[in-house]
Each structure stands twice: as structure tokens, then as C-alpha cells.
Write a protein that binds this ligand. Sequence first.
Ligand SMILES: O=P(O)(O)O[C@H]1[C@H](O)[C@@H](OP(=O)(O)O)[C@H](OP(=O)(O)O)[C@@H](OP(=O)(O)O)[C@H]1O
Ligand SMILES: Nc1ncnc2c1ncn2[C@@H]1O[C@H](COP(=O)(O)OP(=O)(O)O)[C@@H](O)[C@H]1O
Length: 443
Amino acid sequence: MTKSDCSDTVSCLPTMARDKTCSVETDNKTGHQSTPGGQCFPGTIPKLIITRDLTPSCSQDGAKLHLNSGACLEPQPDDESPCSDSGCGGSPALMRSHRKLSNSSSFGLSSASSFEESEDDFTGRTDMSYICFFQNKSWQKLKTMVHWSPFVVSFRKRYPWVQLAGHAGNFQAGDYGRVLKRYCECEQQCLQKLRDDVLQPHVPGYYGVVKKDDQEYNVMDDLLADFESPSIMDCKMGSRTYLEEELSKARERPRLRKDMFEKMVAVDPEAPTEQERAQQGVLKPRYMQWRETLSSTATLGFRIEGIKKADGTCNTNFKKTKQKEQVMKALEDFVEGNNQILKLYLHQLKELRSVLEKSPFFRTHEVVGSSLLFVHDASVKARVWMIDFGKTVPLPDQQTLDHRTPWVEGNQEDGYLWGLDNLIDIFSTIKEEKQELSRGYTR
Ligand SMILES: O=P(O)(O)O[C@H]1[C@H](O)[C@@H](OP(=O)(O)O)[C@H](OP(=O)(O)O)[C@@H](OP(=O)(O)O)[C@H]1O
Ligand SMILES: Nc1ncnc2c1ncn2[C@@H]1O[C@H](COP(=O)(O)OP(=O)(O)O)[C@@H](O)[C@H]1O
């Protein structure tokens, strides 16, 4: 997710203390559209009601959103999450739209064929030494159907940088071994605090803020730097992908998101309700809940966002990967039957869990929308890191989370450890099945 100045300020304070005022008006960088004609929905617009989701397959309660009469719906900047592209403010340099990278099915070209000039490349010099070169040209765009980032990291070695998920345009190359991520105060505060937490080895190293072309960036370790042609997987953790704060805002000031309506229809034309169809828009929490129940987020507490393999193939088409068996298949495919890689990942996930259970930072933060980034290569090196702290917010004084208790609105539980337990179980099952299989062969 990306940043917005005022919403960051709002969300990086403990919930109780947050200043909810935000004077910035909706801007056109967001790409979000209001209801048809740019007006408030002309009909009777219902009020927002939150009810429990009692779906038996879901081991947690979930808030459901319904519209009742009376509200005027139109996107507003402060409806968004702390680092949302669609939030208010942001740098003038980023007034262009920052699309969310599509999760549509996509199979990458080999990196060799993916380098191409593009009209919308970044060109010209910058005031920093972060220009990257490929074939003597600056800022080559890695152009495929998938999410190659618009830069090639270059210094001691050149390698195409891959952004598997998240918002397009959020990253730029840093000095060798570092990347720049569009500034988000919330994320900055987390990365800073994490430097002094036991979790430090499990998150990218953080090196402060730099300004480039009027835009600020958080500088952090490039987690791909020490790998050769890495395979990468992004798993979004937790049973909930929107902050409680986003829910309150949606209830206080329900706003329709036409872009989310369109993303919903693209996956399942039957998904919107009659009313949503008439409005041509959905509320953000409604969209997020729909994504959660369509995927494994609601039932397993994590979901796969994308996988890029060493051969360059890339798949971000996991929106409907929900059943345990489907997830297992995707994970098996990711490790390509390599037992050692499997063991390394399992070991690291268990180690991470034990550190999370001890971490003061983790205990005192609502961790939403954060991912685990899995990276391995042919040299049988494999690592897992926590990334994306744009919606990780401190809890009010004295409050702590166990990250396993099912969420009910108000308790701020995020299901992170529940999801990690499930992920570990799935990796363990794959390992056991492989062992069974090899025992069978040797009999
Ligand atoms: O994956 P799809 O279905 O495209 O939906 C996206 C993701 O949930 C984003 O989360 P993430 O950045 O973790 O991938 C979220 O950003 P937030 O994190 O800001 O909530 C986007 O909200 P908007 O940015 O409001 O569009 C939402 O449209
Ligand atoms: N420090 C990093 N090193 C290498 N790759 C990263 C790093 N941070 C993010 N990425 C890549 O970028 C993608 C999106 O990152 P994320 O922080 O989730 O962005 P957003 O905030 O836009 O959602 C990840 O799936 C991963 O592929």
C-alpha cells in the first residue's frame, strides 16, 4: 500500500488518540471514480450495518456490511487505509494514479525478453545516485504481463527486480542491495521500531527516508539482492485485510468504490448485489471481505498473492485459491519438489513463529495486510521475511493481542498467528507426504 500524508498521521497514532480530521479533498490521482456521473447516488442509499458472519467454515466472526437508506456515497480520501493510494494527500510527484497491481492471471516472459523501452518509463537524471542501468539506458522498464518493476538493480550484479503484489509505482531502485518504497509514515514508524525488536532479523533492514524528485521514500533492504534468479512468493497474512478503523470510517461515511466494483465483476459478475450493481460501486470493507472469503484468508488466515519462479514464470491468479488442497498444490509447485527448500522454509516459519510470540512489537500492534515474502534460489538458499507494514498500527496503551483469538469488532485481533499456524501445518503436511512417498519408493 502507499502513503497519504494526512491519513498516515491519523493511523499511526494509537486508535483512541487518532485525529480523524483530514481536510484534503478527493483527488484524481486515485483513479477512483464516484458513482455514475460523479454525483452521490441519486436513489435511497442505505445506512451501513455491521453484522456477524456466521459462516460455519469460517472460524472467526466477520463484520458484514449492508447498505440501508440515506447515505451519500462517493470516494473520499480519509476513507482509506493509512497508506492507501487512494488516501488523501501524497506528494505532487505522485498525483498520477497508482494502480493496484492486477491479480489477474499472468505468466511472465523470461527476463531476457521482458526488457523493453516504454513510453512511461522514468527518464532523465535524478538528484540521487539511484539510477540503474541496463544496456546503457537508465530506467529500463521490465515489461511483461506481470509485475516486473520498472527498474533493474545494478551494481555488483544486474538483476531484474520483481514486485509480486501491492501498488504499481510504489518502488524504485536504491543503492545496491536497497530499494526505495514510497513513503508511508505508518510503515516508517514500524520499520524504525522493528530495528530494536527481536523481530529485526525477520524484516528488511531500514535506512531512513530519502527524497527524490519531490517524493519521499523509505529506504530498506532489497530482499532479493543475495539471490541468483530467485523464486519468490508473497503470502498475505491474517484473517482480516482491513483495519477496524477502515470499518468505522465506512460506517460513518459510506463511500462507494467503482474501481472495486469493477474488480469484483471481473472475477465474478454475479458477486455484486442488485443494489451494488445499481450503484456501480461497493464499499471498501465489503470488497475486502469478499476477497477474504473468496480466497483462503477467511478460512486459513493467509492467502497467496503471487508466485514468481526461477524460470521467470509468474502467477498472481490466486484470488480463488481457497481450499487447503489448492493452497498445498500452489506451495508444492513453488518449491518444485525440492525437499531441502521445503525444510528450510518450514524451519524458518517455526523460528519466526517463536520470535513473534516473544516480540513486544508484535504484541502491541494490529498487523493487517502484511505479507511474508519467501525467496529461494538454485543454490538452496531460502529465506522468509515479513514485509509491508503500511497497515500495522499501534494498539491503545496497555492493550495487547495474541493474534490467534477470532476477531470480533473491537478486539482488533488480526488472526496473524492463526494464519501462520495453518501455513506451518500445510508445509508440514507437504513434507510428511513427500517423506511417505519416498519411503514407498525405497520399500
Ligand atoms: O488485491 P486487490 O483485490 O487489488 O485489492 C487491493 C488490496 O487489498 C490492497 O492491499 P495491499 O496493498 O496489501 O495489496 C489494498 O490496499 P490497502 O493496503 O491500501 O488497503 C487495495 O485498497 P485501495 O488501495 O484502497 O485500492 C485493494 O484495492
Ligand atoms: N524489501 C523488499 N525486497 C524485495 N522485494 C520487496 C520488498 N518489499 C516488497 N517487495 C516486493 O514488492 C511487493 C509488494 O510489496 P508491498 O510492501 O506489499 O507493497 P504495497 O505496500 O504496495 O502493497 C512484494 O510482493 C514483493 O514482491
